[in-house]
Design a protein around this ligand. Sequence first.
Ligand code: PLP
Length: 423
Amino acid sequence: MALEDLSQADLEQELAAATEAYGDFAARGLDLDITRGKPGTDQLDLSAGLLTAVAGDDIRSRDGVDVRNYGGLEGLPELREMFGELYGVPADQLLAQGNSSLTLMHQALSFALLAGTVDGDAPWVGQPRRIICPVPGYDRHFTLAEALGFELVTVPLDDEGPVLSAVEELVATDPTIKGMWVVPMYSNPTGISMSEERTRALLAMPTAAPDFKLLWDNAYGIHHLREPHAPMLDVLGLAADAGHPDRVWVFASTSKITHPGAGVAFYGGSEANIGWFTGHLGAASIGPDKINQLRHARFFGDAAGVRRHMSEHAALIGPKFAAVIEKLEAGLAGTGAARWTDPDGGYFITLSVLPGTADRVVKLAGEAGVKLTPAGATHPYGLDPDDAVIRIAPTMPSLADVTAATEGLAVCVRLAACEKLLA
Ligand code: PLP
């Protein structure tokens, strides 16, 4: 029976049982951390061959370019082709750049601030500016936009993407709404993927700002955990069909494919956007790290090589996701104290607890030796108005640790729910 439906006396009994289970768990003296959306060491090992893929006497790209020297602002063509195929972007509309897609997002927004966009009439700086943040979302998107002077406006996310009516209402009349963050596949942290219907609607909707942008951060686009998996949408083709070819800036990186912080990041867009981006980038750089790009191109060989590599990741992390789901089911099914996502890909599971208890759950877990991402981190300004969302990152700890941590977490959720209902 759901906790909410229990009599006062039964609920008090549940509280006593949860308190005892919590004490037992804390007594194990564990020190576990399920906050970090990073690959495990075994995943990093999958890319060990990268480190020897370029040798001192073998430094020419497919086209005979000596990758040790300056130049090639747009990135190595063989890598643009490989990842263009994977992300559904024509190679000449995909730039291969440095080690971080967040940096490219920061650059694109900075260029828009300083110089305006291809479809706007003025630089964004000096104008009031707001950006839509679907929630729950990725805290670094929020921090980045806030640091560049955007006011963060939230809209809810459902199973197909940002709730359309909420977005349409905002963009239709408010020219200060300049863009929206989108993680189109296996979103951080809910794991949902955008439907084609929702995507088409976002691409077609009228916007008061002529230069409104979708920041299409496909960070997890090829990070499937199982079959069948979400399809890769041809977002640039759909944008052109919708009559807004310049509305989308595509971002991706190999951060969670090879080595985070030492991978390759990509920017994709219409021909006009590519010209705009490289035009500004050319003032900042003589070219990206082509040695690293050649390493990646050689290590994978082709797009099929990347796909094979991604199934090796899935084989390592799939069991960790399954263990989290199993322990949540075992500890919480039927209690009505929580819901959780069971994503087909990506890096996170979202646990939604009774409103008003997320912060308490995080504290209880911390005191019992399980470190969780602070409640609120999934919302702009760190404020979850319902105090209900907890992000679980299963990839980095060992299978045994993630299993034990989730067991403890489920106990904390039950305890916090009983406390709340009795309060
Ligand atoms: N975008 C999303 C949605 C992420 O979850 C992350 C990392 O967690 C990143 C971007 C970071 O990408 P990069 O390492 O390419 O800067």
